[in-house]
Design a protein. Structure first.
Length: 135
């Protein structure tokens, strides 16, 4: 989607001292979507290479590796206890944002997640925000 591509570029190349962070569950979901949509091996490889180059250069950080896994898992389980309609993947993505001390917002195209009262309340409790990507 060209509009999402422009919005992502705007965030990544904003000129501020902001370094975008991608959660491991979000990258997994991206890979599943690319495979599900059968975009082709070359496009999947290009996407993985694009992400890898940016991680290697420090332009994108990853969150959800190592010692944070157990805490993120507990927070994701807590999210799902409060609202079982939230998928395990979405709960894990939100939990990574909640637990990343540097994260201030989650940008997503997931409308139901953005409108979920439990997630928005929990975000407010942590002084975090959810934003729709592309607006």
């Amino acid at each position: 989607d060209p509009e999402l591509r422009r919005e992502a570029r705007r965030l990544i190349h904003s000129g501020r001292q902001l370094v975008p962070c991608a959660s491991i569950p979000a990258l997994g979901e991206l890979t599943l979507v690319l495979c599900r949509d059968r975009v082709g091996r070359d496009r999947i490889s290009d996407a993985v290479d694009w992400i890898y180059r940016r991680v290697e250069r420090g332009n994108i950080e990853l969150y959800g590796l190592g010692d944070t896994d157990a805490v993120v898992g507990e927070v994701a389980a807590g999210i799902r206890l409060r609202d079982p309609r939230i998928s395990p993947t979405d709960a894990a993505i939100v939990a990574c944002m909640f637990e990343d001390p540097d994260a201030i917002a989650l940008y997503t195209t997931d409308g139901p997640l953005l409108e979920n009262r439990t997630v928005t309340e929990m975000a407010q409790e942590r002084d975090k925000k959810l934003h729709e990507l592309g607006r």
